[in-house]
Design a protein around this ligand. Structure first.
Ligand SMILES: O=C(O)CCC(=O)C(=O)O
Length: 328
């Protein structure tokens, strides 16, 4: 686990001890271990073990998600236009507007004149009742994520109002964040869902995905090996975000991902859509944030179902009592 990540989590726990469950809900990291262990094939062993376990798990698929699951099996990603009923979507937009003045929202610079704003609506469920009803408790999303991961339905996802924007819309900006480059999130099937809250065109930095790149194969294991060796070799001295060493680390990983995609005739293609378009993706596949050329913000709801692969998933029978209290 990265040291900086651990410090951030400890700080969050200090402020809100109830977030202990969130900590346990983190899935295993994409890469772990030393350079030597990865050179000896640790990452390949991790990926093969996860794939074997996934294949051996049985899955019950209800009719509601069958068609979407077929598309996700084939492409790794599915989009649903007009996901919410128009009147429900308006209620959600109202809560999004409210979230932009929420004192608990976080603003993180992604570069110069380039910001990301997060607000976890589920940390204040009474303030955002429609977001809870329409998204956190959404049966389609919960069942689809469980079916793709081949896991039992347990917890609910965070409902994160997530806006990427340029504070000075017409001024130049620089993106120094690694998610602008093609990358997989994990070495096992893991699901994220995004609901666009405004029309997102090619100019607005849409979510981009390489269809078909979610599958495990011998070639993908080769990628896992190369990526893990680069990661483990450079991770310990990658320095602070924005430093030249950190930029080198980011570019080496990005080049490895781009080269692999190119060799396999794939690319991360933009998924544009009108407001109220849902994207559900298996982020073992390669994806990235598109490059915005407009000055418009890109507002969306972001939901991460990675907890289905976490320690907390196995501890659910115990933790559910504590967790219910967080959802109230
Ligand atoms: O913001 C985006 O479009 C990309 C997000 C992403 O790369 C991620 O969640 O891993």
């Amino acid at each position: 686990m990265e040291a900086s990540l651990s410090v951030k989590r400890l700080e969050a726990l200090w402020k809100e001890p109830s977030r202990f469950v969130d900590w346990l809900r983190e899935p295993p990291q994409l890469v772990s271990g030393s350079e030597l262990s990865n050179r000896m094939g640790l990452q390949v062993a991790r990926a093969v073990t996860e794939e074997a376990a996934w294949r051996l798990r049985s899955v019950t698929v209800c009719n509601r998600v069958r068609a979407a699951l077929d598309v996700m099996d084939r492409d790794g990603v599915v989009t649903v236009e007009n996901f919410l009923d128009p009147s429900d979507f308006r209620l959600l937009l109202g809560e999004y507007e409210q979230s932009r003045a929420d004192p608990h929202r976080h603003e993180t610079p992604l570069g110069s004149n380039f910001m990301m704003e997060h607000c976890y609506a589920n940390y204040a469920p009474r303030r955002y009742p429609n977001s809870m009803r329409l998204l956190r408790d959404n049966a389609f999303l919960l069942e689809l994520a469980a079916a793709v991961s081949r896991r039992r339905k347990t917890y609910k996802p965070h409902v994160d109002f997530y806006t990427v924007y340029k504070p000075a819309p017409d001024a130049p900006y620089e993106d120094r964040d690694a998610t602008q480059y093609s990358h997989p999130d994990r070495h096992f099937p893991c699901v994220k869902a995004f609901l666009y809250l405004a029309d997102v065109t090619h100019e607005d930095g849409p979510f981009c995905y390489a269809k078909g790149s979610h599958r495990m194969s011998l070639d993908r294991l080769r990628f896992e090996y190369d990526y893990s060796v680069i990661w483990a070799t450079h991770n310990s001295h990658r320095g602070r975000a924005g430093s030249s060493q950190n930029q080198l680390f980011t570019h080496l990983l990005a080049d490895a991902a781009e080269n692999w995609l190119k060799q396999h005739g794939m690319s991360c293609d933009p998924i544009v859509g009108r407001a109220n378009t849902l994207i559900v993706s298996n982020n073992r596949g390669f994806h990235r944030r598109g490059t915005p050329t407009s000055g418009r913000p890109r507002p969306m709801v972001y939901m991460d179902f990675g907890y289905l692969q976490s320690r907390a998933q196995h501890l659910y029978p115990l933790l559910k009592y504590f967790y219910k209290h967080l959802e109230a």
